[in-house]
Design a protein around this ligand. Structure first.
Ligand code: FES
Length: 124
């Protein structure tokens, strides 16, 4: 998956192919620039994803073009742990905020299985 189509990809668009980096800033060849972080392989929705050491789940998925993490438009919103829009299942643990948790080799990340309850009538 690469190119403009990847900009609006979600979990349902994924096939069984490996997801490689598509949107990272290329390595800076300037003298003294840090080397790219080592690669970290994990899975999202059963597909192998290539991230970088120090990436959060959300950042690694964003880098390969995954913007929505589950049904609907749920995905990265605040990016700082406040909104819970990035909830995923990690190694069987539900409601993990993808924007806060760093990827680990072999980590199994899945879209959220339990939707949030509807807002009460009149909720802002
Ligand atoms: S994007 Fe808001 S909590 Fe993760």
């Amino acid at each position: 998956m690469a190119g403009p189509a990847a900009e609006h990809a979600d979990a349902s668009d994924m096939d069984d192919t490996r997801m490689d980096e598509t949107t990272r800033i290329p390595h800076d060849p300037a003298p003294g620039a840090p080397s790219p972080a080592p690669k970290v392989m994990f899975t999202f929705n059963g597909n192998t994803v290539e991230g970088r050491e120090g990436d959060t789940i959300a950042a690694a998925l964003w880098a390969v073009g995954i913007r929505a993490l589950g049904p609907g438009e749920a995905g990265l919103y605040c990016g700082i742990g406040h909104c819970f829009a990035c909830r995923v299942v990690v190694d069987g643990v539900h409601d993990v905020r993808g924007c806060l948790v760093l990827i680990r080799p072999g980590m199994r990340v899945e879209p959220p299985r339990i939707p949030l309850p509807p807002l009460p009538p009149g909720a802002p």
